[in-house]
Ligand binder design. Structure first.
Ligand SMILES: [Zn+2]
Length: 474
């Protein structure tokens, strides 16, 4: 190096003379310092990091920018702290050079530790303009980078991160279900970041993800909205009553109920009650409830199906097709002949009545209808044809004495009792239930009664007319 002239940076660069270039960083002419810093960048020598860092305190803006460029070219963990510090330089030009060094270079550094530490450092200084690159980094291939980015987004507190965090959380949960493997740490961090971010400012962001294709995403968003417990979420939750996913509709309705929302008596109200599966109140909203009730019908158990049919009847609905809904309708109306007309779709419905109707009289009707539909085996009766005939006499015209005589004759004819040696005994309601055999001993007549047989115990008999157990306990 000549003793009195400026250092020849081009020559030093050509010789890859790192020490010479470092020395040139201290030269009094700022253009030399800039040239030396720019020359050091591509050499990526770690020895140059400390002197380049020192140059970030240079009075000259162009020198500081050159130092930032050189450090960015070096990359890796060593340059994170100086470049993060340069984000807060007093000069906007230096800050913008530093921003592109940190967000474009360090956040995509091939070294995952450099990416992770950069993400963490951005959270520490709560760098407001780091939100976008951090959001990109929550999908980083490396889990530790994802974690650091999520935590920093929570620390920075910009609601723009809410949507992306909801999506990350949903994907992690879906991955856990699909593969049994997920990152609990990522799930927890995303949950905590959302806890920090989900206040009223976040309502619009959550509303925006309510349109996402993935129902897991929508579910998390609606839960977050419902969890806020403020009237400000009412419109967003009410809009979710239209969601294709019933779980989401229900979460919305529950959230609305918790903020004491008053459902209107219109289609929105009907959707609200349908989401809560309160079919009676749904029907109270008028004919607008009919499609909701009809759509829910095939998706619920038979008990709820009966509730839906009762609600449909209340709103004036009548079946137009010979299907299971029509069969339920006929059962509810006690129109058993119509059930038989419906045919095959009525079989399951009638079988349900036969097994669980509270009144044995309905079970008899169902059993007779099932026989008419060609079902050989009917549950709960020895001879439902005989029960039906006995009930027809019992419920028919005539005095009590005439009916008793007719039933006695019928019992003899059907060999239910042994001629004149035996006689019928009557239930409290007057229906024939027992026979008196020799020595005044009484026995139930199974073929005239409803039978309930649990595997471990003796069969129990019930009067098909009044449901009393036979024999009546003394
Ligand atoms: Zn009775």
């Amino acid at each position: 190096m000549p003793l009195f002239g400026p250092p020849n940076v081009a020559q030093l660069e050509a010789k890859r003379d790192v020490q010479g270039l470092i020395k040139a960083l201290a030269y009094k002419d700022s253009s030399v310092r800039v040239a030396a810093a720019d020359a050091l960048g591509p050499l990526r020598d770690s020895i140059a990091v400390r002197p380049l860092t020192a140059l970030l305190r240079d009075d000259n803006v162009e020198v500081r920018r050159a130092a930032v460029r050189a450090l960015a070219a070096r990359g890796g963990g060593l340059v994170i702290e100086p470049l993060i510090a340069a984000l807060e330089d007093r000069d906007p030009g230096v800050r913008s050079t530093a921003a592109s060094a940190v967000y474009r270079r360090l956040m995509t550094d091939p070294d995952q530790e450099a990416r992770r530490d950069t993400a963490a450092a951005l959270g520490r200084i709560r760098a407001a303009d780091a939100v976008e690159p951090l959001i990109r980094a929550i999908n980083d291939a490396d889990e530790s980078v994802r974690l650091a980015s999520i935590r920093s987004l929570g620390a920075i507190g910009d609601v723009a991160a809410v949507g992306p965090l909801v999506i990350v959380l949903a994907h992690e949960q879906a991955r856990a279900r699909a593969t049994g493997r997920s990152s609990l740490a990522v799930e927890r961090a995303a949950g905590q970041a959302l806890d920090a971010l989900c206040d009223e400012q976040a309502i619009d962001c959550l509303k925006a993800v309510m349109g996402h294709d993935d129902s897991e995403v929508r579910e998390i968003a609606v839960k977050r909205l419902a969890h806020m417990g403020t009237p400000a979420v009412a419109d967003s939750l009410a809009a979710s009553l239209d969601d294709p996913d019933p779980v989401i509709r229900r979460t919305s309705a529950r959230g609305l109920s918790e903020i004491h929302w008053q459902p209107p008596s219109d289609q929105v109200g009907a959707k609200y009650w349908a989401a809560l599966r309160d079919w009676r109140r749904c029907a109270a909203c008028g004919p607008t409830a009919i499609p909701l009730l009809s759509a829910a019908f095939p998706k619920v158990d038979s008990l709820e199906q009966s509730e839906i049919i009762a609600a449909l009847i209340a709103v004036g609905w009548e079946p137009t097709e010979a299907d299971a809904m029509a069969a339920h309708f006929c059962v509810a109306k006690g129109d058993w002949a119509k059930c038989v007309e419906i045919g095959e779709p009525a079989v399951d419905v009638l079988d349900g009545v036969l097994r669980s109707a509270r009144k044995w009289r309905d079970r008899v009707h169902a059993a007779v209808a099932l026989k008419a539909l060609g079902q050989e085996e009917v549950f709960g009766f020895g001879r439902v044809d005989l029960v039906d005939q006995a009930l027809t006499v019992f419920e028919g015209e005539g005095t009590e004495e005439e009916k008793r005589a007719a039933l006695q004759a019928f019992a003899v004819e059907e060999h239910l009792i042994a001629g004149s040696k035996q006689r019928l005994e009557w239930c409290e309601c007057g229906y024939p239930s027992m026979k008196v055999v020799k020595d005044n001993e009484r026995q139930p007549i199974p073929d005239l009664l409803g039978v309930e047989k649990l595997s471990s115990s003796a069969p129990q008999y019930f009067c098909p007319s009044c449901d009393r157990r036979q024999p009546i306990a003394a």
